[in-house]
Design a protein around this ligand. Sequence first.
Ligand SMILES: [Zn+2]
Length: 315
Amino acid sequence: MSLEKADALVVKSVEYSESSLILNVFTREMGKVRGLAKGARRLKNPFETSLDLLASIRLSFIRKNSDALDLFTEAKLRRRFRPTSQNLRGLYAGYYVAETLDFATVDYVPAPDLWTLTDATLERFQFRGNVAARLAYFEAGLLNSMGEFPSVRHCVDCGEELPLERVSNLERRVFFDASSGGIVCSRCRATKRHFGLTQTTIGALKVFDVSLEGAEKTLQTARTLENWRRAREEETTGLSSIDKSDRETQTRLALEALDDETLVPYESFPRGARVAYRELVEKYICQVLRRRPRSLDWLPFALSRSKTTVETEAR
Ligand SMILES: [Zn+2]
Protein backbone atom coordinates (compact mmCIF):
# COMPACT_ATOMS: atom_id res chain seq x y z
CA MET A 1 0.00 0.00 0.00
CA SER A 2 1.21 3.49 -0.76
CA LEU A 3 -0.21 7.00 -0.53
CA GLU A 4 -0.51 8.72 -3.93
CA LYS A 5 -1.55 12.14 -5.22
CA ALA A 6 -2.72 12.83 -8.77
CA ASP A 7 -4.57 15.28 -11.01
CA ALA A 8 -7.70 13.43 -12.04
CA LEU A 9 -10.88 13.63 -14.11
CA VAL A 10 -13.90 11.68 -12.87
CA VAL A 11 -15.06 9.49 -15.79
CA LYS A 12 -17.48 7.15 -14.04
CA SER A 13 -19.34 7.23 -10.77
CA VAL A 14 -21.51 4.48 -9.28
CA GLU A 15 -23.34 4.64 -5.96
CA TYR A 16 -22.11 2.08 -3.47
CA SER A 17 -23.88 1.39 -0.19
CA GLU A 18 -25.81 4.23 1.43
CA SER A 19 -22.91 6.58 1.81
CA SER A 20 -20.15 5.73 -0.65
CA LEU A 21 -19.22 5.90 -4.33
CA ILE A 22 -17.14 3.69 -6.58
CA LEU A 23 -15.30 5.88 -9.07
CA ASN A 24 -13.20 5.47 -12.18
CA VAL A 25 -10.88 8.42 -12.62
CA PHE A 26 -8.41 9.21 -15.39
CA THR A 27 -5.27 10.65 -13.85
CA ARG A 28 -2.49 12.67 -15.43
CA GLU A 29 0.22 10.73 -13.64
CA MET A 30 -1.05 7.14 -13.56
CA GLY A 31 -3.71 6.59 -16.19
CA LYS A 32 -6.97 5.05 -15.02
CA VAL A 33 -7.50 4.44 -11.32
CA ARG A 34 -10.57 2.77 -9.79
CA GLY A 35 -11.37 3.38 -6.20
CA LEU A 36 -13.81 3.57 -3.36
CA ALA A 37 -14.73 6.96 -1.90
CA LYS A 38 -16.09 6.14 1.54
CA GLY A 39 -18.64 8.55 2.88
CA ALA A 40 -18.68 10.61 -0.34
CA ARG A 41 -22.48 10.71 -0.31
CA ARG A 42 -22.67 12.06 3.21
CA LEU A 43 -23.30 15.75 3.68
CA LYS A 44 -19.98 16.28 5.41
CA ASN A 45 -17.17 14.44 3.65
CA PRO A 46 -13.48 14.84 2.78
CA PHE A 47 -14.23 15.31 -0.92
CA GLU A 48 -15.90 18.74 -0.79
CA THR A 49 -18.62 17.43 -3.14
CA SER A 50 -15.98 17.48 -5.85
CA LEU A 51 -16.61 14.00 -7.23
CA ASP A 52 -19.23 14.84 -9.87
CA LEU A 53 -18.81 13.39 -13.34
CA LEU A 54 -15.98 15.10 -15.26
CA ALA A 55 -14.87 17.24 -12.34
CA SER A 56 -11.17 18.05 -12.54
CA ILE A 57 -9.68 17.33 -9.11
CA ARG A 58 -6.51 16.89 -7.11
CA LEU A 59 -6.94 13.44 -5.62
CA SER A 60 -5.24 11.68 -2.72
CA PHE A 61 -5.61 7.93 -2.52
CA ILE A 62 -4.17 4.76 -1.07
CA ARG A 63 -3.02 2.37 -3.72
CA LYS A 64 -3.73 -1.25 -2.88
CA ASN A 65 -1.38 -3.94 -4.05
CA SER A 66 -3.97 -6.64 -4.41
CA ASP A 67 -6.97 -6.76 -6.74
CA ALA A 68 -8.93 -4.72 -4.22
CA LEU A 69 -10.15 -1.24 -5.17
CA ASP A 70 -7.91 1.66 -4.25
CA LEU A 71 -9.13 3.85 -1.43
CA PHE A 72 -9.77 7.51 -2.21
CA THR A 73 -9.09 9.58 0.87
CA GLU A 74 -9.39 13.25 -0.18
CA ALA A 75 -10.16 15.43 -3.19
CA LYS A 76 -9.75 19.12 -3.93
CA LEU A 77 -11.75 20.63 -6.75
CA ARG A 78 -9.78 22.22 -9.61
CA ARG A 79 -12.74 22.77 -11.92
CA ARG A 80 -16.30 21.52 -11.89
CA PHE A 81 -17.79 20.41 -15.22
CA ARG A 82 -21.03 22.30 -15.42
CA PRO A 83 -21.81 23.82 -18.81
CA THR A 84 -24.48 26.49 -18.63
CA SER A 85 -28.01 25.83 -19.85
CA GLN A 86 -27.12 27.68 -23.08
CA ASN A 87 -24.39 25.17 -23.66
CA LEU A 88 -26.09 21.78 -23.35
CA ARG A 89 -24.09 20.69 -26.38
CA GLY A 90 -20.95 20.84 -24.31
CA LEU A 91 -22.63 18.79 -21.60
CA TYR A 92 -23.66 15.92 -23.90
CA ALA A 93 -20.32 15.93 -25.69
CA GLY A 94 -18.73 15.74 -22.22
CA TYR A 95 -20.68 12.58 -21.38
CA TYR A 96 -19.38 11.00 -24.57
CA VAL A 97 -15.80 11.99 -23.68
CA ALA A 98 -16.22 10.44 -20.20
CA GLU A 99 -17.57 7.17 -21.56
CA THR A 100 -14.99 6.73 -24.33
CA LEU A 101 -12.16 7.56 -21.91
CA ASP A 102 -13.45 5.04 -19.39
CA PHE A 103 -13.45 2.35 -22.10
CA ALA A 104 -10.16 3.37 -23.70
CA THR A 105 -7.83 3.98 -20.77
CA VAL A 106 -5.95 1.26 -18.92
CA ASP A 107 -5.34 0.92 -15.17
CA TYR A 108 -2.00 2.43 -14.20
CA VAL A 109 -0.87 3.11 -17.77
CA PRO A 110 -0.14 6.87 -17.94
CA ALA A 111 -1.18 8.90 -20.99
CA PRO A 112 -0.24 12.46 -19.95
CA ASP A 113 -0.80 14.08 -23.37
CA LEU A 114 -4.28 12.60 -23.59
CA TRP A 115 -4.97 13.84 -20.08
CA THR A 116 -3.95 17.41 -20.92
CA LEU A 117 -5.93 17.33 -24.17
CA THR A 118 -9.03 16.05 -22.37
CA ASP A 119 -8.77 18.58 -19.57
CA ALA A 120 -8.44 21.40 -22.14
CA THR A 121 -11.32 20.01 -24.22
CA LEU A 122 -13.68 19.87 -21.23
CA GLU A 123 -12.79 23.40 -20.19
CA ARG A 124 -13.63 24.63 -23.70
CA PHE A 125 -16.87 22.62 -23.92
CA GLN A 126 -17.90 24.49 -20.85
CA PHE A 127 -16.96 28.04 -21.70
CA ARG A 128 -16.38 28.33 -25.44
CA GLY A 129 -17.96 27.52 -28.80
CA ASN A 130 -17.55 24.96 -31.56
CA VAL A 131 -18.10 21.73 -29.70
CA ALA A 132 -17.88 19.70 -32.94
CA ALA A 133 -14.33 20.82 -33.75
CA ARG A 134 -13.07 20.27 -30.22
CA LEU A 135 -14.68 16.85 -30.12
CA ALA A 136 -13.00 15.86 -33.41
CA TYR A 137 -9.63 16.89 -31.96
CA PHE A 138 -10.29 14.90 -28.81
CA GLU A 139 -11.18 11.83 -30.87
CA ALA A 140 -7.99 12.17 -32.93
CA GLY A 141 -5.91 12.49 -29.75
CA LEU A 142 -7.67 9.53 -28.13
CA LEU A 143 -7.15 7.24 -31.13
CA ASN A 144 -3.55 8.39 -31.49
CA SER A 145 -2.85 7.73 -27.83
CA MET A 146 -4.26 4.19 -28.21
CA GLY A 147 -2.04 3.62 -31.27
CA GLU A 148 -5.25 3.28 -33.32
CA PHE A 149 -5.25 6.43 -35.42
CA PRO A 150 -6.46 5.13 -38.81
CA SER A 151 -4.40 5.00 -41.96
CA VAL A 152 -6.00 7.73 -44.09
CA ARG A 153 -3.21 8.09 -46.68
CA HIS A 154 -2.16 4.52 -47.37
CA CYS A 155 -4.05 1.33 -48.23
CA VAL A 156 -3.95 -0.92 -45.14
CA ASP A 157 -3.22 -3.97 -47.32
CA CYS A 158 -0.68 -2.96 -49.96
CA GLY A 159 0.46 0.45 -48.71
CA GLU A 160 -0.46 2.26 -51.92
CA GLU A 161 -0.57 5.98 -51.30
CA LEU A 162 -3.71 8.07 -51.57
CA PRO A 163 -2.39 11.59 -52.22
CA LEU A 164 -4.93 13.27 -49.96
CA GLU A 165 -3.69 16.84 -50.57
CA ARG A 166 -3.99 16.53 -54.32
CA VAL A 167 -7.56 15.21 -54.41
CA SER A 168 -9.83 18.22 -54.40
CA ASN A 169 -13.21 16.49 -54.82
CA LEU A 170 -14.31 16.08 -51.21
CA GLU A 171 -17.31 13.97 -52.23
CA ARG A 172 -15.24 11.26 -53.91
CA ARG A 173 -15.97 7.85 -52.38
CA VAL A 174 -13.22 5.77 -50.77
CA PHE A 175 -13.38 2.33 -49.14
CA PHE A 176 -12.47 2.10 -45.48
CA ASP A 177 -12.07 -1.06 -43.41
CA ALA A 178 -12.76 -0.25 -39.76
CA SER A 179 -11.50 -3.64 -38.56
CA SER A 180 -8.15 -3.22 -40.36
CA GLY A 181 -7.91 0.44 -39.37
CA GLY A 182 -7.81 2.41 -42.58
CA ILE A 183 -8.50 2.90 -46.26
CA VAL A 184 -8.47 0.08 -48.82
CA CYS A 185 -7.50 0.67 -52.46
CA SER A 186 -9.82 -0.59 -55.20
CA ARG A 187 -7.44 -3.37 -56.19
CA CYS A 188 -7.17 -4.81 -52.68
CA ARG A 189 -10.90 -4.40 -52.23
CA ALA A 190 -11.49 -6.66 -55.21
CA THR A 191 -8.95 -9.32 -54.26
CA LYS A 192 -9.16 -9.58 -50.48
CA ARG A 193 -11.88 -10.11 -47.90
CA HIS A 194 -12.60 -7.21 -45.58
CA PHE A 195 -14.80 -7.62 -42.56
CA GLY A 196 -15.37 -4.02 -41.56
CA LEU A 197 -15.74 -2.52 -45.02
CA THR A 198 -17.64 0.69 -45.38
CA GLN A 199 -17.63 3.64 -47.75
CA THR A 200 -16.55 7.11 -46.83
CA THR A 201 -15.46 10.28 -48.63
CA ILE A 202 -12.21 12.12 -49.25
CA GLY A 203 -13.69 14.95 -47.18
CA ALA A 204 -14.15 12.70 -44.13
CA LEU A 205 -10.56 11.46 -44.42
CA LYS A 206 -9.27 15.01 -44.65
CA VAL A 207 -11.20 16.05 -41.54
CA PHE A 208 -9.71 13.02 -39.74
CA ASP A 209 -6.27 14.06 -40.93
CA VAL A 210 -6.44 17.71 -39.82
CA SER A 211 -8.02 16.76 -36.49
CA LEU A 212 -4.72 15.24 -35.42
CA GLU A 213 -3.09 18.58 -36.17
CA GLY A 214 -5.91 20.28 -34.21
CA ALA A 215 -5.25 17.99 -31.24
CA GLU A 216 -1.57 18.94 -31.32
CA LYS A 217 -2.44 22.66 -31.45
CA THR A 218 -4.89 22.27 -28.57
CA LEU A 219 -2.17 20.57 -26.54
CA GLN A 220 0.32 23.36 -27.22
CA THR A 221 -2.24 25.99 -26.28
CA ALA A 222 -3.13 24.09 -23.11
CA ARG A 223 0.53 23.94 -22.09
CA THR A 224 1.01 27.66 -22.76
CA LEU A 225 -2.12 28.33 -20.76
CA GLU A 226 -0.89 26.24 -17.87
CA ASN A 227 2.46 28.06 -17.79
CA TRP A 228 0.83 31.48 -17.95
CA ARG A 229 -1.52 30.61 -15.16
CA ARG A 230 1.30 29.39 -12.99
CA ALA A 231 3.39 32.51 -13.70
CA ARG A 232 0.38 34.74 -13.11
CA GLU A 233 -0.29 33.17 -9.75
CA GLU A 234 3.25 33.97 -8.68
CA GLU A 235 3.22 37.48 -10.14
CA THR A 236 -0.07 38.57 -8.68
CA THR A 237 0.67 37.73 -5.06
CA GLY A 238 1.69 41.32 -4.18
CA LEU A 239 -0.65 43.23 -6.52
CA SER A 240 -3.80 45.18 -5.72
CA SER A 241 -7.08 43.62 -6.78
CA ILE A 242 -7.61 46.20 -9.57
CA ASP A 243 -4.20 45.42 -11.10
CA LYS A 244 -4.94 41.75 -10.71
CA SER A 245 -8.27 41.82 -12.52
CA ASP A 246 -6.78 44.05 -15.24
CA ARG A 247 -4.04 41.57 -15.84
CA GLU A 248 -6.49 38.69 -15.82
CA THR A 249 -8.59 40.33 -18.52
CA GLN A 250 -5.53 40.87 -20.70
CA THR A 251 -4.41 37.30 -20.27
CA ARG A 252 -7.88 35.97 -21.02
CA LEU A 253 -8.14 37.99 -24.25
CA ALA A 254 -4.70 36.86 -25.39
CA LEU A 255 -5.60 33.25 -24.70
CA GLU A 256 -8.91 33.50 -26.49
CA ALA A 257 -7.11 34.75 -29.60
CA LEU A 258 -4.60 31.95 -29.30
CA ASP A 259 -7.31 29.38 -28.75
CA ASP A 260 -9.48 30.42 -31.70
CA GLU A 261 -6.59 29.65 -34.01
CA THR A 262 -6.78 26.02 -32.99
CA LEU A 263 -10.20 25.81 -34.66
CA VAL A 264 -9.01 26.83 -38.12
CA PRO A 265 -8.08 23.36 -39.47
CA TYR A 266 -11.58 21.98 -38.78
CA GLU A 267 -13.58 25.05 -39.72
CA SER A 268 -12.11 25.20 -43.20
CA PHE A 269 -14.28 22.21 -44.25
CA PRO A 270 -17.82 22.37 -45.62
CA ARG A 271 -20.67 20.75 -43.75
CA GLY A 272 -20.83 17.69 -46.03
CA ALA A 273 -17.28 16.68 -45.13
CA ARG A 274 -17.94 17.11 -41.41
CA VAL A 275 -21.11 15.00 -41.57
CA ALA A 276 -19.24 12.25 -43.44
CA TYR A 277 -16.48 12.48 -40.83
CA ARG A 278 -18.97 11.95 -37.95
CA GLU A 279 -20.40 8.91 -39.63
CA LEU A 280 -16.94 7.44 -40.14
CA VAL A 281 -15.43 8.27 -36.76
CA GLU A 282 -18.37 6.90 -34.80
CA LYS A 283 -18.27 3.62 -36.69
CA TYR A 284 -14.52 3.42 -36.24
CA ILE A 285 -14.50 4.26 -32.53
CA CYS A 286 -17.13 1.57 -31.84
CA GLN A 287 -14.86 -0.89 -33.66
CA VAL A 288 -11.74 0.16 -31.74
CA LEU A 289 -13.52 0.11 -28.35
CA ARG A 290 -15.37 -3.09 -29.32
CA ARG A 291 -18.60 -1.65 -28.02
CA ARG A 292 -20.93 1.22 -28.66
CA PRO A 293 -20.85 4.07 -26.13
CA ARG A 294 -24.43 4.74 -24.99
CA SER A 295 -23.75 8.47 -25.05
CA LEU A 296 -23.57 8.28 -28.86
CA ASP A 297 -27.37 8.42 -28.77
CA TRP A 298 -27.20 12.01 -27.51
CA LEU A 299 -24.38 13.22 -29.68
CA PRO A 300 -26.53 14.29 -32.64
CA PHE A 301 -28.12 16.79 -30.28
CA ALA A 302 -24.73 17.93 -29.00
CA LEU A 303 -23.55 18.54 -32.53
CA SER A 304 -26.73 19.89 -34.06
CA ARG A 305 -26.19 23.19 -35.71
CA SER A 306 -26.15 26.00 -33.24
CA LYS A 307 -26.37 29.66 -34.15
CA THR A 308 -22.61 30.02 -33.94
CA THR A 309 -21.87 27.16 -36.34
CA VAL A 310 -24.35 28.54 -38.86
CA GLU A 311 -22.60 31.89 -38.64
CA THR A 312 -19.22 30.23 -39.07
CA GLU A 313 -20.42 28.36 -42.11
CA ALA A 314 -21.77 31.51 -43.69
CA ARG A 315 -18.34 33.11 -43.49
ZN1 LIG B 1 -4.19 -1.86 -51.62
